[in-house]
Design a protein around this ligand. Sequence first.
Ligand code: ADP
Length: 272
Amino acid sequence: ETQTQQLEEQRDALVRSRRQLADQADQLTQESRYKSEFVANMSHELRTPLNALLIMARLLGENRTGNLSSEQVKWAQTITGAGQDLLTLINDILDLAKIEAGKLDVAPMPVSPGGVANKLLRSFEMQAKNKGLALDVDVAGEIETIETDPARLEQILRNFLSNAIKFTHSGSVSLRVSAVGDGVSFAVRDTGIGIKDGDQQGVFEAFRQADGAISRRYGGTGLGLSISRELADLLGGRITLESTPGAGSVFTLILPRRFPENSAVRRRAAAP
Ligand code: ADP
């Protein structure tokens, strides 16, 4: 009799705690949904006015009516430049927030590593030339097509290449694509200022720059490499760094041939 009573009490207690847990889970789901919605809305709310501002500043800077003095044209161009920097920063912060909220979509599809490398070569040619740097791309032999998200792959390599050009004053920047094990390696090598041992891990952390004095000289936000590392994770790959101060750096991204089954990633249907 008493045993039955005890068992019934225990059962009731279990039912109550299960209900409590379910309520808590609902609340957490709701909170993370609010956070994700907030991020998405912020993206729109910040970018829309900034884009309007940029369009107007660009128009002013073109001085089509010829009514502005050369000094006023320079001011308009300064507004444009600052606006663009702000847009980059907003996009970077939103990317990080989306990754954290598990809201960053990836769309795996067949990608030609050599094709990506050559496209990047074309888009960075002018930038390198303007700094007097040699820029070359080397695709080692026939590299098979891989399954990955081409936009995210490009985003990582763009980061490597723009950093390599930014932190190099003479010599060259190169991108070498080669097959490694059951993956593909993309190595961006420069003959720039390098990063000392103690700072090499820190550069992958958000807002961290290798050296306060140096970063003030070079500008930037310190977000590019932390986004790159998160993106590499999402693609099932990894990033390694070798660097010698005064001699240069090599940032290497290694991607698997097949896109990983990854529950943390929301797959978007591949474009037809
Ligand atoms: P940002 O370039 O906006 O500062 P990143 O996250 O891309 O942000 O880079 C973080 C820091 O890593 C840079 O500020 C710089 O100190 C260092 N770094 C990155 N790439 C290179 C490179 N190729 N050569 C030397 N230092 C680099």
